[in-house]
Write a protein that binds this ligand. Structure first.
Ligand code: FCB
Length: 473
């Protein structure tokens, strides 16, 4: 996402923004055995009983692998400037290393050309959670070799698609990969090993830096980004204990990635907080510096704020962090943190409290802490029940209201001087929502669960109008 690609348009407050929609390979593609695709950790995880709320998997998903042309036409109809999608590593390298599967790569080649021919800029994420299973069998992200394999994979994909991709994103939400995958176990590969989760954090940072350099050298005209689910954490009170609880959660959630990626160093307090879990001896000299490759844009996914307090160790512990129920905590080494439920706020079908002011607060904080780093909201949106009306249409006024209030918050942040380049609605269409399966619908487009037919919800019409006019109708 380069500055030249910013449309000359404005929100009511005079902001300039580009609009897009986002998806991820495993959530929409289906065809998980087509054209030589190898198994990913999500194929394995979903096959294990009890992992997915509705017992489903991504083998069909939205069948976007088969319906590429139809989906390209839908994107063109929406009139978005950008499409953010992810490349499935096991399509490109079925075993995660070695030979490239040309048929898998060809799909993304067609996708990129199909976008460009319709005037839509491609924003490609190299990793949105679907690790080739053989790499997990060899130890997964807690192993340094996985970062080295990722560097090779990046070379193949960026070598093939190169500058045709407007913006390359190394990772989507490495927080989820590390902590939900290896600590709480609610995401693939479903391991609950706190020390391994921190090793995964490090190897994701390292892999980001290695791949970032590959992107810089092979696609010098493309923009470079990473997408983080930077947590907006508010203290329950201004007591020193609650303020320190936020410091610790912020370290684990945010600064453990922002530090290496944006400044080339791990925060000392995070290393100290987690010392009982690991000595971080997997970090080699120069690794943190390698993780630092200046970004053209930092992608931020925002859905909901969290309220943190220090647990007294006696009362029942509240863990309303929005990250799924598990006996094992994703908050590695932070056994005294509580996340309060925020009953005063409305909720989406995910149970996530709705508070658009958190979006502006988060953008302002990132701007203050990292001035000069352009930002984009790479995901924002809401799951709602979405009943089909008597007229056959989903009248999702709740989703429109969610999007409107969050776009207004982006506008306020821009007015306050934050450099926000773009906004991506999650998601283009209803899809496989990880541990929740198809039971949580985030789409602007409805996908019929039986026929896979796509239909426009009211929010799709609304968003198309926003993208066309850069105004909030
Ligand atoms: C984010 C993921 C995305 C989607 C939304 C709802 O954490 O990046 O794939 O599942 O949540």
């Amino acid at each position: 996402m380069t500055s030249q690609s910013t449309q000359s348009s404005h929100l009511p407050d005079g902001t300039r923004l580009v609009y897009g929609t986002a998806t991820a390979s495993y959530q929409v593609e289906g065809s998980t055995t087509a054209d030589g695709r190898g198994p990913s950790i999500w194929d394995t995880f979903t096959a294990r009983p009890g992992t997915i709320k509705d017992g489903s998997d991504g083998s069909v998903a939205c069948a976007s692998y088969e319906r590429l042309d139809e989906d390209l036409e839908l994107l063109a109809g929406l009139g978005v400037a950008y499409y953010r999608f992810s490349v499935a590593w096991p399509r490109v390298q079925p075993t995660g290393s070695g030979a490239v599967e040309p048929r898998g790569l060809a799909y993304y080649d067609r996708l990129v050309d199909g976008l460009l021919s319709r005037g839509i800029a491609p924003m490609a994420t190299l990793y949105h959670w679907d690790l080739p299973q053989p790499l997990e069998d060899a130890g997964g992200w807690p192993e340094r070799a996985t970062a080295e394999r990722f560097e090779e994979y990046a070379g193949h994909v960026v070598g093939a698609l190169g500058d045709r991709v407007d913006t390359w994103t190394t990772f989507n939400e490495p927080w989820c990969t590390a902590y939900l995958g290896y600590a709480s176990g609610v995401h693939a590969p479903g391991r609950t090993e706190p020390a391994a989760a921190l090793a995964a954090v490090h190897h994701l940072n390292l892999a980001h830096g290695l791949a970032g350099r590959v992107i810089r050298s092979l696609a010098p005209a493309s923009a470079l980004s990473v997408t983080l689910n930077v947590h907006l954490l508010r203290p329950a009170s201004d007591s020193p204990a609650d303020v320190d609880a936020v410091r610790q959660a912020d370290g684990l959630a945010n600064r453990v990635f922002l530090g290496p990626m944006l400044t080339g160093a791990y925060p000392d307090d995070v290393l100290a907080d987690t010392a009982p879990v690991t000595d971080w001896s997997f970090v080699r000299d120069g690794d943190a510096a390698t993780a630092h490759v200046p970004l053209d844009v930092l992608g931020v996914n925002y859905y909901t704020p969290a309220v943190v307090q220090a647990w007294d160790g006696v009362s029942p512990r509240a863990m309303a962090d929005g990250h799924g129920a598990s006996a094992a905590t994703p908050w590695v080494g932070a056994g005294h943190l509580e996340f309060l439920p925020q009953p005063e706020l409305p909720r989406t079908s995910m149970g996530w409290p709705v508070d658009a002011s958190g979006m502006a607060e988060l953008l302002l904080r990132l701007h203050r802490d990292h001035p000069g780093v352009p930002l984009a909201i790479t995901e924002n949106g809401a799951a709602y029940p979405d009943p089909v009306g008597a007229d056959g249409v989903v009248h999702d006024t709740d989703r429109i209201e969610y999007l409107r209030t969050h776009l207004e918050a982006v506008g306020r942040a821009i007015d306050a001087g934050v450099d926000v380049r773009g906004y991506f609605a999650w998601s283009l269409m209803d899809n496989f929502e990880w541990a929740y399966g198809y039971d949580r619908r985030f789409g602007l487009l409805r996908v019929d669960p039986d026929t896979l037919e796509r239909t426009w919800k009211d929010s799709a019409h609304w968003y198309a109008e926003v993208a066309r006019t850069n105004r909030l109708p």
